[in-house]
Design a protein around this ligand. Sequence first.
Ligand SMILES: [Fe+2]
Ligand SMILES: [Fe+2]
Length: 272
Amino acid sequence: MANSELANFLLSKVDQLPAVASLANLWTSDGKVAPDVMDRISVAVQSDPALASQVMTAGGGASVQSAVMALGLKTVESLMVAKAAEDTATSINPETLQLMQGNLWRHSKIVGFCCQLLAKEVGYPNTNDAFVAGLFHDIGKAVLNRYAFEEINAVLRVTSAKAKALFTAEDEAFGFNHSYIGAKIVARWNLPDQIREAVEFHHTPEKATVDVQITEIVHLGNVLVNWIQMKLGLKSNFYPLRPYILDKFNIPTERLRQIAEEANEIVQSTAK
Ligand SMILES: [Fe+2]
Ligand SMILES: [Fe+2]
């Protein structure tokens, strides 16, 4: 498939994702978390008992985070398992796909909490937005894994053989990367623009214009989580950190590691 065809094919799949209107309702039209957000969450979950129990149990009580996670998980789950009838790609391996999506969702949750903790650390006021942007930063990978299984596995082989960043290998192979697809998903869900931008530019934070700080938080949060998850150096080729970011945040490395470890522990302790 030519690159532009692959992009169009994936964007058509994004258009078919459920719109999750109740997720967008958690923000007001000017992109601020709604003052009555808890009321809106209870309305959103009333019609769905499974969702209600997830919202109550994740993290020990209803919260914006657990509601967003439960709603996001629905999409990830819908992308998790290949349905034979609608899959023309015969090479798709259901177990591998499920494993990839499971790992992706775990990584995403840790990055969400890491971004929230980083936001607190630097006094960024919208800690919920930082959480949501972190949680969805790699959501484009869920679509690539599900609908371009063969292509993404070929790219993953290049990534490890040549010690390249995944997004660089995706750019070279496809002409776009998972952050482009991710931003389209977040836009489809009508999430605020600063969250869409943080997802779109989480590997290239210098491109942010709407809210530079949240994009930088997600960029750093992602690198920190990869650092502790993969046991690679902080300056690994696989997850390149923009060189100016550490100076800008000016937080000691030891403290950064603590923040990432804390995020990891939050997720491990709430894992079912
Ligand atoms: Fe990414
Ligand atoms: Fe990531």
